[in-house]
Every structure is written in C-alpha cells, then in structure tokens.
Design a binder for this molecule. Structure first.
Ligand SMILES: *Cc1c(COP(=O)(O)O)cnc(C)c1O
Length: 395
C-alpha cells in the first residue's frame, strides 16, 4: 500500500472550535501574504528537482485547498486526519470500498439516511459486501446482528425525519466488543453539537453539503479519522478511485466553515423558539425535536449532545389533504429537501425524501402523511413564527 507523504498542516488541538473554524487556512500565502487562501486550480505540481516531489504532486490525491479544509475539519472533530470527497455519499462509498470485502458485513440503522440505505442495499445485492439494517435502540436486535461479527457499524443520530436519538457510547462499545469499526454520521449535529470520537467512534462522516458549508451551494463529503494508519489506507483508496472534490468547492467550503459556530448556535436558538410555538398550537398534533421529552432518546441527547440542533419535524392535526394548502401559504419557508443552510427549508417526507418507500414501510417507520420537516435557518425568528402562524390559520 502506498503511504501518504505528510501533507497536513499541523492539527492544532488547543484552540476552541470557533477559532479553528474562523481561522482555517488563513495566512498561508508566503508569496504575497494574502490573508485568505488562494484557490489553487493547478492539477499538477512541478518537482523541486529530479526524483524530488513537493508536498503536492497530483490533484487527485491532494491539493492545497482540500488539505486546508481537511485540517480544519479534523481539528474541529478532534481527529488526526480527514479526507474530503465530492459528496457525502461518495465519502460513504469510499469507506465501504476501502474497508469491506465480499464476506464482510456492514450494519446500519433501519432509519438511516435514504442515500446510505440505497447504497448499502444496492452494493450488497451486487455481492460487494453484506448489509443488515437494524433498530439500534432495540438492544436485543442490535446484539443479534452484532453476533454476526460485522466489520463496520454505522450510527446516525439524530435520525431523519423523526429526530430520534440513539446512544453512541453504548452502541460503539458493543460494536467494538464484536470486533467492528464504528462510523458515525455527524451531519445533523456538526462538531459544534456532538463529538463522536469522545463517545467511541473510529471514523466520522459528514455531508459537508449541509451545515459544514451551510450555504446550499456545493456538494461535498468528508471522512474524519483518529487513527493515521486507517486514514492513510482510505486515502490510498480515495486516490485510487478518484473521489476528490474540486479546489473551488474546497475553497467555498473553507469560507462556509468560518461561520459554522455562529450559524449552528443561532439556527438552534431559532429552532427552540419554533418548537415552543408549534408545541402549543392547536393545529399541531405532534412535534419531534430532541429537546422534547416526548422524542425517543431525549435523555440520551441531554447526555451526549452539546445542544439539540435545528432540525425538527411536526404533524398537522388535520387531514393530509390540507398539506398543499399549508405549504403554499408559507411565504418564507422554501419547499426543498436539503438541510443545514442559512435559509429555512421545509420538506414533506411522504412526497419527497421518503416517496421511494411503500406507504406500509413509511407507516411502520412512524412517518405519517401529515409529517413535515423543517431545517431552521438564520432568518429573524419573529418572521419565521409569523409565517408559520399565518399558514396554519388558513387550514
Ligand atoms: C445529505 C446526507 C448525506 C449524503 O450527503 P450528500 O452530500 O447529499 O451526498 C448523508 N448523511 C446524511 C445524514 C445526510 O443528511
């Protein structure tokens, strides 16, 4: 296996996350002293002399912009290294290819991100590896599947769209006892609100498309490691397959990361106000948010998270026939199925993210036709609540 030249800028552990995110890659230009890092578009790098490559040689392996973002994200998560990819799905795909052989088993949550479910399911059907999906809050079911000695266990918490929380520390401990590596999808929480390495994760994945970039204008994914040997192994595969993203997108992601902390905390404060508003509204049947004792895993969330986040879902107390009217009456919330951007988005799982599964499967998963999910943005909170109020008034 190819080993990686030490290409990372030093990972600094002593600074707060806020400072690390704001200052990532600053002052790295020795030629002109540019404060903000340049976008380095070159795909290849001149050798210093015959037989002597520099820090970078070819862009599929690494580039200055990717390197800088990888260092920032690794530091934010308390890891030693990170690998940036062109989407969250390509990060998960990369890890599967790097770690799993045809007889290896991956265990994922029954309610994991739809794309992860589809990826594991389709690749296992082609014989690349085996996959099992399990409700990880059901300890018996979890132990039964761990008895099959999986190679990799994916944990994703809080879940989508019901925001159920599972215990990372407990699942990671059981998975380790079974000999598995533990991958945590930390997309919904971000490193600001949840630190999976301190809870036993071996690898962290993010869809940087969501909160890490935060502006809904690029696709990217990242794998974060706390073990350099494992990181080097996966980096070899990243270069082998070609999962890198562009330097321009890495530059934009670094820019988005500078405001991560303020964005996440303000979006969360907005979300808490919306939860309080919806929870007391007569036309709302249920609200799902880890801050609420009625949401499964609330006690675990208090223990393992540093906040409750800005994703929430709710059910209207009326016929699903009223959903289009309610959604069309909204002036601010945009009907779209991503999350984590500065703008508030609303989605209807039945007709959008979860339209690919049968009505029975949706029902079994607790996803009613009256369920709507909100990714709360950075707009003024009174404007957001007034918008919901006037739209609820017409149904
Ligand atoms: C969006 C998302 C992904 C996939 O990321 P892409 O960047 O869209 O490929 C994976 N996991 C979670 C939890 C997500 O929300």
């Amino acid at each position: 296996m190819m080993t990686k030249a030490t290409h990372k800028s030093a990972v600094q552990k002593s600074l707060s996350q806020q400072t690390v995110a704001v200052r990532g890659g600053l002052n790295s230009d020795e030629q002109h002293g540019a404060v903000i890092p340049k976008i380095s578009l070159s795909t290849c790098y001149q050798f210093e002399e015959f037989g002597k490559p520099r820090q970078f040689d070819y862009g599929r392996k690494s580039t200055p912009n990717r390197d800088s973002v990888e260092t920032t994200i690794a530091t934010l998560e308390g890891g030693v290294d990170a690998i940036l990819t062109n989407s969250g799905m390509s990060a998960i795909h990369l890890l599967s290819v790097a770690l799993l052989s045809p007889n290896d088993l991956v265990v994922a949550p029954h309610d994991c991100y739809g794309g992860s479910y589809r990826l594991f399911n389709s690749l296992s059907q082609k014989g690349y590896f085996k996959a099992q999906f399990v409700d990880q809050s059901d300890l018996e079911a979890l132990k039964n599947v761990l008895a099959l000695k999986p190679k990799l266990v994916l944990i994703e918490t809080p879940s989508n769209p019901l925001l159920r929380v599972v215990d990372i520390e407990q699942i990671a401990k059981l998975a380790h006892e079974a000999g598995a590596l533990v991958l945590v999808d930390n997309t919904f929480m971000t490193p600001i609100l949840q630190s999976p390495f301190t809870l036993g994760a071996d690898i962290i994945v993010h869809s940087c498309t969501k909160f890490l970039n935060g502006h809904s204008d690029l696709l990217a994914g990242v794998l974060v490691f706390n073990n350099q040997t494992l990181a080097d192994h996966v980096l070899w595969w990243s270069n082998n397959i070609g999962t890198a993203n562009s330097s321009f997108d890495a530059y934009l992601l670094q820019r988005g990361l500078r405001t991560l902390s303020v964005r996440v905390l303000t979006q969360q404060a907005n979300a808490l106000s919306i939860v309080a508003f919806l929870a007391n509204h007569p036309k709302i049947a249920a609200v799902h948010h880890p801050s609420l004792p009625s949401t499964p895993g609330h006690e675990i969330a208090k223990k393992q998270q540093k906040g409750f986040g800005s994703l929430l879902s709710f059910e209207l107390n009326t016929s699903a026939d009223n959903i289009p009217k309610f959604v069309e009456q909204l002036q601010i919330f945009t009907l779209a199925q991503s999350l984590g951007g500065t703008e508030s988005l609303l989605s209807h799982p039945t007709t959008m993210t979860h339209s690919g599964i049968t009505a029975e499967a949706r029902q079994a998963a607790g996803i009613s036709d009256q369920l709507l999910r909100i990714s709360v943005g950075l707009e003024n909170i009174d404007d957001l609540i007034n918008d919901l109020e006037q739209a609820l008034a017409v149904i």
